[in-house]
Write a protein that binds this ligand. Structure first.
Ligand code: FAD
Ligand code: NAI
Length: 475
């Protein structure tokens, strides 16, 4: 006899573990199955985000930023340092400790909320009379059952065709986060979010970094003005970004990796590097689910097909996060997880896809919410724009980080905020105000009339809102 639950969640990443906790809070008897193993073979819930994504990348970005500051910026504060060095194994060990704290935190939260955790792979066995049987294959094999199943199996790095990851020379995000020493030359394919974050980490630590990007434009999804500013800053830092390339043969050998490519002018080129990170997007994880056993519908990319409310084609089966359509972001996965748990409870869970913030944790950071100027133009929407540079912000000057700006886009008639775009210090934190404003459908004037603490970077947000009406005070 299989053990029965009200809700089974397959996948313990941000989509799955949050869905499980919310469902338990709502009074359901919940099981969460996750197969991720730590280096001792034990459970490591938290998914890509905790183990090989958001958390470890931010840990390394922090360590490398300290190194960069110490090497290049401490002197201007009058702080002298001799013999600055980086101990990469120690930096990686710190990152692993941060990961473990998060894994343990999730296991604690499961206990606290009485979620039954199963360590192993979850796959469908069958469906009968609205009840789904799911087999857990871990140290032991057991079968559990529920009428409601939430699938949150996430995604994995997309490989270049014919170039499998070996995680020694050809690295996915996994290998990129555990390079044991600073490579002399590092190559990356794809100047998207991972390319820029990982490229920044290893450049700061001393690697010569070249990123090959297929598209002719840099960060095409980002507001053009912001992307241009960011590109300028990255180039100044020494990050080499080649746009409009066509990657050809990739060969590995004793000396490292050799990448043949055609550059934007059509000339044949070769990039020789010690290691190559492939960061060209991610593919949904559905292979282990045995979707065929129950007739779960997948699309041509292998993503689970869902409606706006995360319902699959099967009654009682839902899917959230990277394994479905939409941006592959941890907070998007979490919001969907909460909304699904609430819908199962008969509540009106809701995710506003128009106000999901994006952040790229480089230096300068890039963050945005809502529409870009190019999107508004393409839609023929009449808008007003206001920008304010950090160069004119007192706190930014005191911090010694005046790169970038805040940019507001507001409806030409109603003044409703349509998008906010930031490149500069702590953009990741500043964007929250813009998200709140857009959720409450605030006008640019609303922000312009709110008292912001002085001196703070958030004054640049207020000033950019004032700039929409051409009345900045400090610029
Ligand atoms: P995942 O986190 O992928 O979790 C899925 C889990 O399900 C995994 O533990 C997997 O092992 C498990 N699983 C899969 N199949 C089965 C099965 N059949 N049985 C049992 N378990 C199974 N997003 C941000 O918002 N901010 C960031 O700063 C950020 N940084 C990132 C940095 C990197 C390097 C990468 C790669 C990604 C980053 N992301 C970031 C994206 C973020 O990690 C994902 O959007 C997020 O993890 C998606 O959550 P999820 O729950 O859908 O899936
Ligand atoms: P991405 O989609 O951000 O960028 C991929 C880049 O590779 C694009 O610019 C694309 O044009 C380019 N590309 C694709 N195929 C190519 C080819 N054959 N040759 C050359 N260039 C090619 O994907 P990435 O960086 O792999 O990250 C995956 C996802 O993970 C992100 O989209 C994001 O959802 C998530 N993520 C989020 C982070 C954050 O929120 N800070 C950090 C890291 C990842």
């Amino acid at each position: 006899m299989s053990k029965s639950f009200d809700v089974i969640v397959i996948g313990g990443g941000p989509g799955g573990y949050i869905a499980a906790i919310r469902a338990a809070q709502l009074g359901f008897n919940v099981a969460c199955i996750d197969e991720w193993k730590n280096d001792k073979g034990g459970p490591a819930p938290g998914g890509t985000c905790t183990n090989v994504g958001c958390i470890p990348s931010k840990a390394l970005l922090q360590s490398s930023e300290h190194f960069e500051q110490a090497g290049h910026h401490f002197a201007e504060h009058g702080i002298g340092l001799k013999d600055l060095s980086i101990d990469v194994p120690k930096m990686l060990a710190r990152k692993d400790t941060v990961i473990k704290q998060n894994n343990d935190g999730i296991l604690y939260l499961f206990k606290k909320n009485k979620v039954s955790f199963f360590h192993g792979r979850g796959s469908f066995v069958k469906a009968a009379e609205g009840v789904y049987e799911v087999q857990v294959s871990g140290e032991k094999t057991e079968t559990i059952a529920a009428k409601q199943v939430i699938l949150a199996t996430g995604s994995q790095a997309r490989a270049l065709p014919g170039v499998p990851f070996d995680e020694e020379l050809i690295l996915s995000n996994d290998g990129a986060l555990r390079i044991g020493g600073v490579p002399k030359k590092l190559g990356l394919i794809g100047s998207g979010v991972i390319g820029l974050e990982m490229g920044s980490v290893w450049r700061r630590l001393g690697a010569e970094v070249t990123i090959l990007e297929g598209l002719p434009t840099f960060l095409g999804a980002v507001d053009e003005q912001i992307a241009k500013e960011a590109h300028k800053a990255f180039t100044k830092q020494g990050l080499k970004i080649e746009l409009g390339v066509k990657v050809g043969e990739v060969k590995t050998g004793k000396k490292g990796v050799s990448v043949a490519y055609t550059d934007a002018k059509g000339a044949e080129q070769r990039l020789e590097v010690d290691k190559l990170i492939i960061s060209i997007g991610r593919v949904p994880n559905t292979t282990g689910l045995n979707a065929e056993a129950v007739g779960l519908q997948l699309d041509e990319r292998g993503a689970i097909v869902v409606d706006d409310e995360c319902r699959t084609n099967l009654p009682g089966v839902w899917a959230v996060g990277d394994v479905v359509r939409g941006p592959m972001l941890a907070h998007k996965a979490e919001e969907e997880g909460v909304a699904v748990a609430e819908r199962i409870a008969g509540q009106h869970g809701h995710v506003n896809f128009n106000t999901i913030p994006w952040v790229i944790y480089t230096s300068p950071e890039i963050a945005w919410v809502g529409q870009t100027e190019q999107q508004l133009k393409a839609a023929g929407r009449a808008y007003k724009a206001g920008t304010f540079p950090f160069m004119a912000n007192g706190r930014a000057r005191a911090l010694g980080d005046t790169t970038g700006m805040v940019k507001f886009l507001a409806d030409a008639t109603s003044d409703e905020i349509l998008g906010v775009h930031i490149v500069g210090p702590f953009a990741s934190e500043l964007i929250a105000e813009a998200v709140v404003a857009m959720e409450f459908r605030a006008s640019a004037e609303d922000i312009a009339r709110i008292c912001h603490a002085h001196p703070s970077l958030s004054e640049a947000t207020k000033e950019a809102a004032l700039a929409v009406d051409k009345r900045t005070l400090n610029f």
